[in-house]
Design a protein around this ligand. Structure first.
Ligand SMILES: [Zn+2]
Ligand SMILES: [Zn+2]
Length: 272
C-alpha cells in the first residue's frame, strides 16, 4: 500500500452475542434449527456465537442440543444464553428457568421491552410507536431506565441488550437525559456488567446504533466492557452490518470485546 492511501483495514469482529435461532416463535432446538447458524458464523469468519432466544420461548431451548452442536462444530465457540425480558406476565417463568439452569448457561442478556402495557412490547414496529403518542417522552425515558435498573437487580443478567431501545421509533427526550444515562451506567459499572453494541438499531426507524455514540463514549470512560451483537432473528442476519460496527468501534476508540463462558467474562483485543 502506498503511503498516501487512506488506511482501509478494519477490525475483524469475531463474536455475535445476540441471536435468536427460534426467530419470533417457540421452536424446539434441533440440529436442523441450529446448524445453519454455525454455518453462517463460519462463512462470516465469526468464531464465537451466543444463542439468546427470548425467555418466553424457554420451553424450546434444549441445552443438550447445544452440546451436540458444539461436538459437530469444534472450531466454533457456541455459548448457551438467553434474553431475559421484563415481560410482566411471561418472564416470571423465564426467570425461574434461568435460575434452574444458571450453571449450564454461559450468558444472560437483560432487556426492557415492556413499559406500562403488559400486552404489547413498545419496540414492536410499527405498532409499538402508538404507545408514545401524546405522552411525556421525558417521563417515558425515566420510566424505561428505572425498569433497566429493576431488571439488573434480579441479579440474573450478565449484559444489557440494546441499552437505549426506548429511542427505537425516533422519540427523543428534551431534558435531564445526561444524568439519567450517567446514573444508569454507574449502576451497570458497580455491578460489573457489560453492555452490547447492537447493529439492530440500524435496521429500525431510529437508524442508529444501540446505544448512541455518546452513551458508548461514557461507558468506555467508565471501563464498562462491550459485546458485539446483531440481534439476528434469522441465520442470514447473523453479523449484520458488522463491517460498519467495526469502523464505528475504531472511531470511538474501542479495541476490546468481551466474551462469556459460564457467566465468566474475558476481554479480548480486536485484531486488524
Ligand atoms: Zn430485545
Ligand atoms: Zn433479541
Amino acid at each position: 500500500m502506498q503511503a498516501d492511501q487512506p488506511c482501509t483495514r478494519n477490525y475483524q469482529l469475531f463474536s455475535d452475542y445476540h441471536t435468536h435461532p427460534q426467530g419470533h416463535r417457540a421452536q424446539s432446538y434441533t440440529q436442523a434449527l441450529l446448524q445453519p447458524w454455525a454455518d453462517s458464523a463460519r462463512r462470516l469468519g465469526l468464531k464465537d456465537l451466543a444463542f439468546t432466544d427470548h425467555d418466553r420461548y424457554h420451553a424450546g431451548i434444549h441445552l443438550d442440543e447445544i452440546d451436540r452442536l458444539r461436538e459437530q462444530n469444534p472450531d466454533l465457540q457456541i455459548r448457551a444464553g438467553i434474553e431475559l425480558d421484563n415481560d410482566p406476565v411471561r418472564s416470571v417463568a423465564g426467570r425461574k428457568w434461568i435460575e434452574r439452569h444458571w450453571d449450564k448457561l454461559d450468558f444472560v442478556l437483560g432487556s426492557v421491552h415492556f413499559l406500562d402495557r403488559a400486552d404489547e412490547m413498545f419496540d414492536s414496529v410499527p405498532d409499538g410507536a402508538a404507545q408514545f403518542e401524546g405522552r411525556n417522552i421525558d417521563a417515558m425515558y425515566s420510566d424505561y431506565f428505572r425498569r433497566i435498573r429493576e431488571l439488573i437487580e434480579t441479579g440474573l443478567v450478565d449484559c444489557l441488550a440494546h441499552l437505549d431501545l426506548i429511542k427505537i421509533h425516533g422519540h427523543r427526550p428534551t431534558a435531564g437525559f445526561a444524568s439519567l444515562i450517567d446514573d444508569t451506567l454507574e449502576f451497570i459499572r458497580r455491578r460489573n456488567l457489560a453492555i452490547e453494541l447492537s447493529t439492530a438499531g440500524w435496521r429500525k426507524p431510529v437508524n442508529e446504533l444501540y446505544p448512541a455514540d455518546n452513551i458508548v463514549g461514557l461507558a468506555r470512560e467508565k471501563g464498562i466492557p462491550f459485546t458485539t451483537a446483531s440481534d439476528a432473528h434469522s441465520h442470514v442476519q447473523l453479523g449484520d452490518n458488522f463491517p460498519a460496527l467495526a469502523r464505528k468501534m475504531a472511531d470511538l476508540g474501542i479495541h476490546q470485546v468481551c466474551i462469556f463462558e459460564r457467566h465468566k467474562r474475558a476481554e479480548l483485543l480486536l485484531q486488524l
